[in-house]
Design a protein around this ligand. Structure first.
Ligand code: SME
Length: 167
């Protein structure tokens, strides 16, 4: 008997590169000796595999602030502590919604980090209903991020929740 193929719309739309990267994220987390090393590996993987992900970092919530955790990219940022509610990062943490900024110069919330940045995506990391951190990615092209990046990075964020630093 031939069973009807049941396809999952999200999986069908997901580019192969995103599926491969999710498998690598899963494996990196399973293999890492401790959470900080796992989070660093995930950030490195995202940076290596997606040429438009020019700077990739994770901020973790610490009280009323976001504090920079692992990152990889051409330069360090001065924004290592951002109050929740400030900047694009702070807006995403306050609302719990993914922020896609196609042109950072056109967004008054944007906190400048790098002269090369033209666009940005920020994806909250949840533990239950609570935002515990976020993935922040800067791009050197205008409009470097779209809804497939958002869906993919929301899946990555779901894996990252277990790696958050605990007091
Ligand atoms: N641009 C961010 C600040 C973080 S840096 O991009 C690394 C913002 O507007 O919140």
């Amino acid at each position: 008997m031939v069973l009807a193929a049941v396809s999952h719309p999200v999986a069908e739309e997901r580019p192969a590169a995103h599926g491969d990267a999710l498998n690598l994220v899963r494996a990196a987390i399973a293999e890492a000796a401790e959470p900080e090393a796992a989070a660093q590996r995930v950030v490195d993987l995202l940076h290596e595999r997606f040429p438009n992900y020019d700077w990739v970092g994770i901020y973790w919530v610490d009280g009323d602030d976001l504090v920079l955790g692992p990152w990889t990219g051409p330069e360090a940022t001065d924004h290592t502590r951002i109050p929740i509610g400030t900047g694009v990062c702070g807006a995403a943490a306050a609302s719990g919604r993914t922020e896609i900024v196609p042109d950072v110069k056109a967004d008054p919330r944007y906190l400048a980090c790098f002269a090369s940045t033209r666009s940005e995506i920020v994806v909250p990391i949840f533990e239950g209903a609570e935002v515990v951190g976020e993935i922040d990615i800067d791009g050197s092209d205008l409009d470097a991020f779209g809804s497939t990046d958002a869906l993919f990075l929301e899946e990555v964020a779901a894996f990252l929740a277990q790696l958050r630093p605990r007091a």
